[in-house]
Design a protein around this ligand. Structure first.
Ligand code: AMP
Ligand code: MG
Length: 211
């Protein structure tokens, strides 16, 4: 497969993002920039498309993916937030979304098993990058793990994505270097006996102190 690279700059990013949206809605995968690292995107509700992410990355299916949403209003499409967690989830999203914070929450039944590796929870974030924001607004939830082959370093440039996945995916959107360059912070948000519990699963740009 020939891998095209399209540069998304200030002037033409909408056109390029539109091309990506077309590919994604036809069940393809596309590498896209985010503020953390480059992601390999597919429509989250399209299990066949998500399977292509695992194939391209050679990722084992027991390793669940992060789902991107446009914002807190779209969270309900992929997660079922219990009453006891509503407030803390609203506060965390209010403070850190769009941005590099991923929350692990009880999953919505519409999310295909392949996305969560069959887990009862789903990892969700809202990226601040305009390309990912555009895609989630146009297409709904987007599954996107880092755009590297399994077990390798997460790419922070289109060039690095090309050396990882060139020939395996149809399109890389080149949005320049990622501003954070560090994978998102992952926090599990769970119900405790008296109050919600936050468990830090992966340290990242949003620190424990900030949380
Ligand atoms: P990546 O998107 O490549 O940074 O990888 C996503 C990572 O998020 C996985 O390797 C897991 O460590 C974590 N993750 C995704 N979904 C869940 C979940 N439901 N529960 C706990 N961790 C998760
Ligand atoms: Mg990764």
């Amino acid at each position: 497969m020939q891998t095209r690279v399209e540069i998304a700059d200030f002037e033409n990013w909408r056109t390029v993002a539109g091309e990506a949206a077309k590919l994604l809605s036809s069940g393809e995968v596309v590498a896209v920039p985010t503020e953390t690292v480059y992601g390999l995107a597919a429509c989250a509700f399209d299990a066949g498309a998500v399977a292509r992410i695992f194939e391209a990355k050679k990722r084992p299916t027991f390793d669940p993916l992060i789902v991107h949403v446009a914002g807190i209003r779209e969270l309900a499409r992929v997660a079922v937030v219990p009453d006891g967690l509503q407030q803390v989830v609203r506060e965390l999203a209010g403070a850190f979304w769009p941005g590099p914070l991923t929350m692990v929450l009880p999953r919505h039944e519409d999310v295909p098993d392949i996305v969560t590796s069959g887990l009862p929870t789903v990892a969700v974030r809202a990226s601040s990058h305009e390309v990912m924001r555009y895609l989630t607004k146009e297409l709904g939830p987007i599954a996107a793990p880092s755009a590297n082959r399994f077990g390798r370093i997460s790419p922070t440039s289109a060039h690095a994505v090309m050396s990882e996945l060139g020939g395996r995916i149809p399109l890389i959107i080149d949005g320049g270097a990622c501003t954070n360059g560090l994978e998102s912070t992952i926090v599990a948000v769970e119900e405790g006996e008296k109050r919600p519990i936050l468990r830090l699963l992966r340290p990242g740009p949003v620190t424990k102190e900030q949380l």
